[in-house]
Design a protein around this ligand. Structure first.
Ligand code: FA5
Length: 335
């Protein structure tokens, strides 16, 4: 039997056949097991002698199979490694690596500028409560201002945030006053899309709350930030604007960065571009955020980050930004 085993073992080349071999010798009906079963028919002395011999054979078969299994595993691994794709490390490198999305680029630029002015950068979720998106912002139920934003409501009663202002209340409660924070985020509105409107777009909200904060502070911060973004000294102007969560509220325009205020096709000849709604935070909103409006005042703005990215990079159609079209998006690689 030992000789037969030697012959059988030498023919085995893969892990499947070695398993079959193990069963045929050591399994329930294997040759070695059968020999052991036969012991019961022998006399005492014979039983002892044959028993020892068979047990030695059994151990030997077991050990040799285990060693062979390891050898086969090693051979199979070598075969796999050698057949794998070979790389020539001396070939020129493919330089076509990934790029940042234009919105990410502008967002990071703004974050850096605001951080240098002492603002913290806050993250906020996209699924929010009605309270955070509207009520805490002085927009009670049935207030006509809710019609300004077509909202995506979820089955669970929550909604996709329609503006980054939805984070104001949470951030005020988290930090209290004084406070300087910006919070960029994705917003959703059920709007029909065209070259300048998307149902999914980015805003960047900013709030500054302290003692004696006034409109002059708002103008100073916006002018400084926008001059850095456009790498030139931009002029800003405020026009009245209505938002229930600010009083007074404004639309902030900047002098056109293309023609320097002289009038061109970008600013439709007016020399001004409408950029960012803003205002002094309404006392009700401060109060809802746990801040005493008799002690503190503050400003807030809601910059259209997507629109700013379009202006910054001369992108004509907002839909290109959500398209995932790498031909368009990879152009901003080396900015
Ligand atoms: C707001 O969302 C206010 N929460 C802004 C605000 C914050 C006012 C703090 C006062 C104080 P509005 O709906 O105008 O405002 O949106 C702000 C900016 O988001 C717009 O100027 C525009 O740049 C951008 N925006 C709005 N809707 C769209 C859209 N469908 N596609 C792309 N950008 C949009």
């Amino acid at each position: 039997l030992r000789q037969k085993f030697d012959a059988d073992l030498s023919e085995v080349r893969d892990s499947e056949s070695i398993e079959k071999l193990r069963v045929s010798y050591l399994g329930k009906k294997g040759s070695v097991t059968e020999l052991l079963k036969g012991l019961k028919d022998l006399s005492g002395a014979e039983k002892k002698e044959f028993g020892q011999t068979i047990n030695t054979l059994k151990r030997e078969v077991d050990e040799r199979i285990t060693a062979h299994v390891e050898r086969i595993r090693q051979e199979e691994e070598d075969r796999l490694v050698n057949s794998a794709e070979q790389y020539d490390v001396t070939l020129p490198m493919d330089t076509d690596c990934g790029s940042y999305h234009p919105i990410t680029l502008v967002q990071r630029e703004l974050e850096e500028i605001f951080a240098s002015m002492g603002f913290t950068i806050e993250d906020y979720r996209e699924v929010v409560t009605d309270y955070n998106c509207f009520e805490a912002l002085n927009i009670p139920k049935h207030h006509p201002a809710r019609d300004m934003q077509d909202t995506y409501y979820l089955d669970n009663g929550q909604l996709l945030k329609t503006h980054t202002s939805a984070a104001q209340n949470t951030i005020m409660k988290k930090y209290g006053a004084p406070l300087r924070a910006i919070f960029p985020g994705r917003c959703f509105r059920n709007e029909s899309t065209d070259a300048s409107h998307e149902n999914t777009f980015f805003q960047m909200e900013g709030i500054m709350i302290d003692k004696d904060i006034s409109i002059s502070n708002l103008i100073y911060f916006m002018k400084t930030m926008l001059s850095k973004v456009f790498k030139q000294d931009v002029q800003v102007r405020l026009r009245p604007g209505f938002f229930p969560f600010v009083e007074p509220g404004f639309e902030l325009d900047i002098s056109c960065h293309i023609c320097g205020g002289k009038g061109c096709s970008t600013c439709h000849g007016s020399g001004w571009i409408e950029l960012c709604p803003c205002g002094m935070i309404h006392p009700n909103v401060l109060r809802a955020g746990g801040i005493d409006p008799d002690e503190y005042t503050g400003f807030a703005f809601g910059l259209g980050l997507t629109r700013l990215a379009m202006m910054r990079y001369g992108i004509k159609d907002i839909r290109d930004l959500n398209s995932g079209n790498l031909k368009v998006l990879s152009q901003f690689n080396h900015e």
